[in-house]
Design a protein around this ligand. Structure first.
Ligand code: 6R9
Length: 583
């Protein structure tokens, strides 16, 4: 189905001038070297992500500007300026040094979204150690695998989550220190063997610290990403990542100094660090951190209360907001919003059209990966939005669509989405897995593992993960195309499509569908949805089977786990499920 292009107000008619007013012009003039010059590293002769994000502003006129506005699960509120974050992260850096943690050591963070998570992470970067943020919802095995693989020396956690650490520390010979943040009950923690009370060490630590003069190639942060098989792998970044994060946040998220930004992602997911810490803070922006969970009321409440101007979220959440209905939005004042963005999964065109209707602005889709470190393809505030399109490559990024031999394909033809190496945020390695890292490069391209096509106007359309693509009667079908049609049906909240082996067609499309509140699963509704899809999809792409489910299996970053649905359907081993959301 063709969606109408959403016309953005012309640059010269709006009161807020976009940082990237003219895409083509910017593309022709862009240089990463000039971006470097906007940061301190160029002059310093060393580059450190914590310096660029925090200290650079703490040493400037922005020192008393709030960097972090925190709202806790129980409605508690705290606010930290750039100079406060500098002093606290300096203290934590001193505390780590006191414990013998050194440059290159791995330090993991296993916490809810509390301010101390951010303080710890910047403290780790300041001593040149490598930060490994984990989702607080991880269980024993997920934490153990990551800590073991990375050989982490220290973990920072809270009294509740420490139980997980206690369960697994016998299997972690390299783990020497557990730092416990007993935020809600500061006097009530008696450290055991190898344990340190965060508040005691912080109290005694100095606020002065000389940041370790890291080279831009020194390692800074690692995120474990799940593959289809085997254990998750540690995609590890260097300090140079900040250059890409700073530039993309400036030109895509389009920050202005008085913006209030809210990124809904947890730092266990790369979005929660690249754009929940480094992107906004390297630009000196105030951001809201909301510890609480998702409900439509909570989220609209955060936007209203903090008068958020820029909002970065993910399709799963957007679909849940759509499911909650339009009426509830009228109870909140959303007028502060200026631009809204999405990442993590294909953004259904329906969701873009919906946002334009209810918020008066379309979600801007952005495409990138843990490995790319920063946004690669995006919709820009100055550009019209074509629902269903991921947008155009960031100036300074060369993207391509190539066939399996590594050759360019023509516009409009599906192929492998690839990026020319050399951008500053490109990952440096998979931890202790150089072969796998090398296998991601071919013919001078980094192969993303996603399939896509470039339209004649230079916009990219997502087809699917190469692993998820369905082959039916010789045709390649992207699950996203099928799913997007299904969710246009009024009863459908979310959908996932997989290929089910078939003697004649190789595979047929099977869809799993979760219904919106107020709809009952029935044979009749099943047939109705099948008919609805049949009208809008080609004969190969229409789902031959539709199964109703209460919800779809997703990762903690909200990605539908199609491979898990497929494994379950076929009775095959489920593979790595450590990121499966189970609440
Ligand atoms: C940032 C992040 C990366 C994979 C990526 C792709 C999917 C991300 C997308 C998208 C369609 C978008 N993905 N953004 N698919 N449209 N705008 O999500 O990193 O967790 O490593 O996942 O997510 O399949 O390859 P990560």
């Amino acid at each position: 189905m063709e969606y109408e292009i959403i016309r953005k107000s012309r640059v010269d008619e709006s009161d807020v001038k976009p940082n990237l007013p003219d895409y083509e012009k910017m593309r022709s003039e862009f240089s990463w070297d000039s971006v470097r010059r906007e940061l301190d590293g160029f002059e310093n002769g060393w580059l450190n992500m914590a310096h660029e994000s925090i200290d650079r502003h703490a040493n400037s006129a922005l020192k008393d500007k709030p960097a972090l506005l925190w709202e806790g699960k129980g409605g508690e509120e705290e606010s930290y300026t750039f100079s406060e974050l500098k002093a606290l992260s300096n203290k934590f850096a001193n505390a780590l040094c006191g414990m013998g943690i050194k440059k290159g050591d791995r330090a993991f963070i296993f916490l809810d979204r509390i301010p101390e998570l951010y303080v710890s992470l910047f403290g780790i970067l300041k001593i040149g150690a490598i930060a490994g943020p984990l989702f607080s919802a991880f269980g024993n095995d997920a934490v153990k695998d990551r800590m073991f693989d990375s050989g982490a020396k220290v973990i920072i956690t809270n009294p509740k989550l420490k139980k997980v650490v206690d369960n697994i520390k016998g299997d972690l010979p390299e783990l020497k220190h557990t730092i416990v943040i007993n935020k809600n009950n500061r006097d009530d923690f008696k450290p055991g063997d190898g344990e340190t009370c965060y508040y005691s060490v912080m109290e005694n630590a100095s606020e002065e610290f000389d940041i370790v003069k890291t080279d831009e190639e020194d390692l800074s942060i690692m995120h474990y990403t799940s593959g289809t098989t085997g254990k998750p792998k540690g995609a590890t970044h260097a300090h140079r990542a900040i250059i890409g994060q700073y530039a993309t946040a400036k030109y895509i998220l389009d920050f202005k100094q008085d913006d209030i930004y809210w990124c809904t992602a947890d730092p266990g997911w790369v979005t929660g660090t690249s754009y929940g810490m480094f992107g906004p803070w390297s630009n000196g922006i105030t951001q809201v951190i909301f510890e609480g969970g998702f409900t439509a009321k909570n989220w609209y409440g955060v936007i209203e209360k903090y008068k958020a101007t820029i909002w970065y979220t993910a399709p799963t959440a957007i679909r849940m907001l759509m499911k909650a209905g339009d009426a509830i939005i009228k109870n909140y004042d959303m007028s502060s919003l200026r631009e809204i963005y999405s990442v993590g999964e294909p953004l259904n065109p329906e969701a873009v059209v919906w946002s334009n209707k209810v918020f008066g602005m379309p979600f801007h889709d952005t495409w990138w990966q843990t490995e790319t470190g920063c946004m690669m393809i995006a919709n820009y505030p100055s550009m019209d939005v074509k629902p269903g399109s991921m947008g155009k490559p960031f100036p300074g990024i060369n993207a391509g669509i190539i066939d399996d031999d590594g050759k360019d394909v023509e516009d409009g033809v599906e192929g492998n989405l690839a990026i020319k190496p050399g951008w500053p945020s490109m990952f440096k390695t998979y931890w202790k897995n150089e072969d796998l890292y090398n296998s991601r490069f071919k013919n001078g391209w980094y192969i993303t593992g996603d399939r896509a096509k470039r339209d004649v106007d230079g916009r990219y359309t997502f087809i699917g993960r190469a692993d998820d693509v369905i082959i039916s009667s010789g045709h390649l079908i992207g699950p996203f195309e099928v799913e997007s049609v299904l969710i246009e049906h009024p009863a459908v909240a979310e959908a996932a499509a997989i290929g089910k082996p078939d003697k004649i067609a190789t595979e047929i499309v099977k869809a799993f569908v979760a219904l919106k509140d107020g709809y009952e699963m029935s044979e009749k509704l099943n047939r109705e949805i099948a008919q609805f899809a049949r009208k809008k999809l080609s004969a190969f792409a229409r789902p031959r089977e539709i199964e109703f489910v209460d919800s779809l299996p997703k990762t903690r970053s909200g990605k539908i786990m199609r491979r898990l649905l497929k494994a379950r359907e076929l009775g095959l081993p489920e593979g790595d499920t450590s990121t499966l959301e189970d609440d």
